[in-house]
Design a protein around this ligand. Sequence first.
Ligand code: HEM
Ligand code: ISQ
Length: 154
Amino acid sequence: MVFSEKQEALVKESWEVMKQNIPEFSLRFFTLILEIAPAAKSMFSFLKDTDEIPQNNPKLKSHAVKVFKMTCESAIQLRETGEVLVSETTLKYLGSIHLQKGVIDPHFEVVKEALLRTVREAVGGKWNEEMKGAWGETYDQLAMAIKAEMMKAH
Ligand code: HEM
Ligand code: ISQ
């Protein structure tokens, strides 16, 4: 699969928009995950003692932002090298966290859907099929790296 400069630019461009309102889009991303998969609720520490999604939780925000940022960085690497490169340390850490939290394959599709919808809402009229494809392909590659690490750790 060849990842083009255009695709990289589309991901970067939408991430620039999302950066303008991190609190809103990180909360939106998380809310969409739980809307699509309410059962995922129990996995997240932010929701331990409450049914309501915390409106201003630093951990929720920073984790969501990491997902946005890692996807954006992955798009750059895909265009430059044809693959997603995540440091061994980060990958090992993310592999073990997700395994420990009970994340399984179908959850990755849920997070993908929530991510694409968040980007769509953030960019509004700029959204198009090409942008969707660029984010989708990048996310899939990143998810594959994490899943492979989860299998190794298992
Ligand atoms: C934690 C990224 C997919 C559920 C995290 C953290 C990051 C992250 C950066 C924070 C780790 C830390 O600093 O402690 C990603 C990326 C994903 C992905 C890049 C896909 C490409 C998923 C999926 C699920 C999930 C599919 C399942 C719904 C969780 C949970 C935590 C977590 C439950 C722990 C949160 C907590 O309670 O502290 N993830 N994640 N993640 N992730 Fe993901
Ligand atoms: C952790 N992993 C994947 C997606 C997330 C979204 C919001 C907060 C934490 C997350």
